[in-house]
Design a protein around this ligand. Sequence first.
Ligand code: CA
Ligand code: CA
Length: 645
Amino acid sequence: MTRISSASCTVGALLLATWVIAPHLFAADPPGATIAFDTPRAGWTGSFVASNPVTCFSVGGIDPACDRFLLTIQPPAPGREYVVTIRVTAANTSDTAPPTDDIDLFVRNPDNETIAVSGTAGGVEEIVLRNPPAGTYTVIVQPFLVFPAPTAAYAGVAEIAAAPTDERANAYHGARYTPDFVGVPESRPAASSPLVPELKTSFTSVGRGAAEPTIGINPNNTAFYAAATFDFPAPDAPQRLARTVVLRSRDKGASWQPVAAFALSEESLDEPPFTLDPMIYVDPDAGLVDPLTGRRMGRVFSVDLLAACGAQAVFSDDEGETWTTRPGFGCSTPVNDHHTIVTARPPGGLTTAGYPNLLYFCFNRVTDSSCARSHDGGNTVPFVPAGTAFTGTDPDAGSFCGGLHGHLAADREGRIFLPKGHCGLPWIAISENGGGSWRRARIAGHTPMNDHEVSLSVDTADNIYAVWQGPYRLPYLSISRDHGVAWSTPIMIAPPGVHEVNVPTIVAGDPGRIAVLFPGSESTDFGDPETDDETRPWNVYIVMSVDALKAVDPAGEPTFTWTMANPKHDPVHRGTCGPGRCDADDGGSMFDFLDIQVGPDGTFWGTASDTCVGACVADPTAQKLRPGEGVAIRQTKGPLLFARP
Ligand SMILES: [Ca+2]
Ligand SMILES: [Ca+2]
């Protein structure tokens, strides 16, 4: 084991001593106001004593580091459409030179559920609510990164007005894909749901190529990104091998820096090693306690597949300042491919040693999808076998299905789930005893798929959500409310006008609240390798719902809202992208999957691999990248995945 350490300063050093001030000393002035059509506008000012880059909701939901304003809304007469616009502006945001304050905005409804966020990297934030019911709303302003002199200040304004009539609603209903469905399923535009606000994201290059990039967020809202590209010096090999650099962001994804152990030396053969498959994962229950925030920093795992045996893992308990290296991580067999890891609380009868959770590691052996388990968080004790999730030859599913699978998920009771495109259909393997035994269930029997990637996420009430690329290369959603045994009729969830997608990936928060990320194309010119459009542009789409559980009711219709993460004039890919690996004819590739995760404040983070940069943006025939440029995506506006983060 090698121990790598470094020191660097942290953002959190900013006046965090004042964080512990118990009473709320810096309330808005005035503390509240009422708006109605005859008094449509209210203004206020507020201030802060310190930065709070984590959350406004940690101290019994009323963290005193944040500012609050009580906004009472009196709607017009019934039948009249209206909007309420809430905007906050940092006092120094007009300064010509940085630093300017980064403040963020949240709105809670009269039931004290957080319904909207606006969290860009800047100092001006705006939320527009459509037809909010009468009541008193709480406007919360977070000093994400402020520079008090002596106190940071902002101005707020709220205004009620008639709804604009020319606004394009990005809300829609999916298409329920029953076994007797005929033709291509299409979504239908929906009236914008009350209060579902505009959905937007940032889209930021991480500064390095990234094949199948994964991302993890710790309880401090610090993000980690696995960027693997082909720059490992291998003099004896005809081509360079890939290696992973772990990047970190503490400013909502606006900037990314390699963590110390991964500062690249072109000629170094030692650190980081080459990789056949990169993977980052954050266990939020572990890690050291941050003395500044009182929160755990999570254990950050970066696991790289090696040819010889198992994988090499490095992990960090202090946000990447020091790393522990574990060669032979999860090593129990020489054949070992396409690994996935998850941590989960130990189910009955199992214990851990020096670590809060069990750590699972599953991998493809072609003849099966096999798993191993660590009781000490991967520290020192060898992994023990944790069963066979799928057998490669499976008479129940067809014949020979192979061992390639999707990514592990776990619920709050410690059940673990491994999804898989299994003989052309989406399946799930379920273990309720730490991998001691597995059972398998078919998620849908009438949505053929070519890929192995089915994506799972479990909400805070242990409902499981699955998405996959199915018929007509479109994305399908199904939900299980009984821990994976029974599944709802799939709903095709592509936004109207999106005709082809690949590698959809999902994250859930509170019940019914989901975000799904996928590359997609609006072209219909695909499907025939001889004639399809090898220049067709692809974008990254994000789809959200806050009532997805309606899909379980045969008559229910969840409402989805969507956004495009990349600028429309600058696609993330062109031409062929799957089924399966997103490879263009010229070799430009995202590789096998992308990722989406949720932060502690309920905003989502995602990844993209942008194969179309430089000349490709304007010249559809230009060479694309392999892998694409790593991109981090973070939600800046919209509903949150947690109602009460
Ligand atoms: Ca901001
Ligand atoms: Ca691009």
